[in-house]
Design a protein around this ligand. Structure first.
Ligand SMILES: Cc1cc2nc3c(=O)[nH]c(=O)nc-3n(C[C@H](O)[C@H](O)[C@H](O)COP(=O)(O)OP(=O)(O)OC[C@H]3O[C@@H](n4cnc5c(N)ncnc54)[C@H](O)[C@@H]3O)c2cc1C
Length: 324
């Protein structure tokens, strides 16, 4: 049986994405425990940045040079790769392209598929996939049975990129996609594709999150000022996105993004399970809420019961004092 973990890239042009490196790092960690190898599957037109994947623990790059940007062709190539390699596990990105490809491949190759996985562990015998379920009110653990290849999709920001101490020697294998002829309907026509500069970093060291309890203009202005001092990103709950106080790109949670900061400062956030599922990988959570029974305190490492407005102002005062 194959002992290969494949990590699929989701861009035809960009191989320098911290999220891709994060998924490779996770695969590398699992490979050590499960005695597997890690192959970075890169379908597209890449420059030398491709070699960076070795720093994050890849054993091999399987490079399929492809100049187009058709989702259907991507799936066809992935299909041929899977048919030829039958890896133990495939990690797909949680992007539109990754989810589409994972769904098609799981049917075609009878692979187990855990969508929107938030963690993967090796229990000594099998991979255990964790994901939120029942409207994010529970984290379930999934084990794939009776399938040669198992797979999952992982959203950006879930796994942190970690460089390995001793990268493997560069091993780039070219994959010949000729004859990739999976029958698929071309229902999406991609006219062009270009590298999008992301304004959101899911890996900033410090992140401020605000909810309805910290959403008046004065508090918000102060939160942004404080964030600028700490070089931190600002995120919001779905409630404040719906109130148009921050754009959807910065919504953390089940229907938004996942973030993995060292410190997450949750201001005036109730702590609904749909929100906290997006901060599962934050190393420390500091929560400020005036309701001592707010659910966010169940997840917080440090709980501050008080008015978010006053506490935000206090943080500003400390910053100003430090600047002097
Ligand atoms: C299918 C589905 C998907 C969802 N996806 C997401 C998602 O991705 N992300 C997300 O965030 N939500 C999501 N939600 C919504 C989620 O259930 C909550 O409704 C939302 O997170 C609540 O946002 P909030 O904490 O800002 O607001 P509220 O629930 O209104 O909470 C405000 C909090 O602020 C506190 N507060 C009030 N005034 C102050 C003050 N002066 N100082 C300090 N604290 C104060 C209150 O005590 C309260 O705890 C989803 C819901 C569903 C059904």
């Amino acid at each position: 049986m194959s002992r290969e973990i494949m990590v699929v890239n989701d861009s035809f042009t960009n191989c320098s994405d911290a999220n891709f490196y994060g998924r490779i790092s996770k695969a590398s960690e699992l490979s050590e425990e499960s005695n597997c190898t890690v192959t970075a599957v890169c379908i597209g037109n890449f420059n030398d940045e491709l070699k960076n994947v070795f720093e994050y623990g890849a054993d091999k790059v399987l490079l399929c040079k492809y100049d187009g940007c058709s989702h259907t062709d991507f799936c066809r190539i992935a299909d041929k790769i899977i048919a030829e390699s039958r890896p133990k596990m495939i990690i797909f990105p949680g992007s539109e392209l990754g989810r589409r490809c994972a769904a098609s491949m799981s049917v075609k190759h009878e692979m187990g598929l855990t969508a929107e996985c938030i963690d993967i562990e090796w229990n000594g015998e099998a991979f255990i996939y964790k994901r939120a379920a029942i409207n994010s009110s529970a984290i379930v653990q999934i084990k794939c049975v009776n399938c040669e290849t198992e797979s999952c999709t992982v959203k950006d920001g879930v796994f942190l990129p970690n460089k390995v101490d001793t990268p493997k020697a560069e091993n780039i294998e070219l994959f010949d996609s000729s004859g990739a002829d999976l029958e698929l309907t071309d229902d999406i026509e991609v006219i062009s594709c270009e590298k999008k500069e992301k304004s959101v970093s899911t890996f900033s060291k410090i992140a401020f999150g605000f909810g309805r309890g910290a959403s008046d203009k004065e508090t918000l202005d102060t939160i942004y000022e404080n964030a600028a001092f700490f070089d931190a990103q600002v995120f919001g709950t779905r409630a404040v996105v719906e109130d148009e106080l921050i754009d959807k790109e910065h919504q953390v949670g089940q229907s938004g993004i996942s973030i993995s900061p060292d410190v997450y400062v949750a201001l005036g956030i109730s702590g609904a399970c749909q929100h906290v599922v997006g901060i599962k990988n934050a190393k420390k959570v500091i929560a400020v809420n005036q309701d001592e029974n707010a659910p966010i305190f169940d997840y917080a490492d440090y709980a501050v019961v008080g008015d978010a407005k006053e506490i935000t102002k206090e943080i500003k005062k400390i910053i100003e004092y430090q600047k002097q």
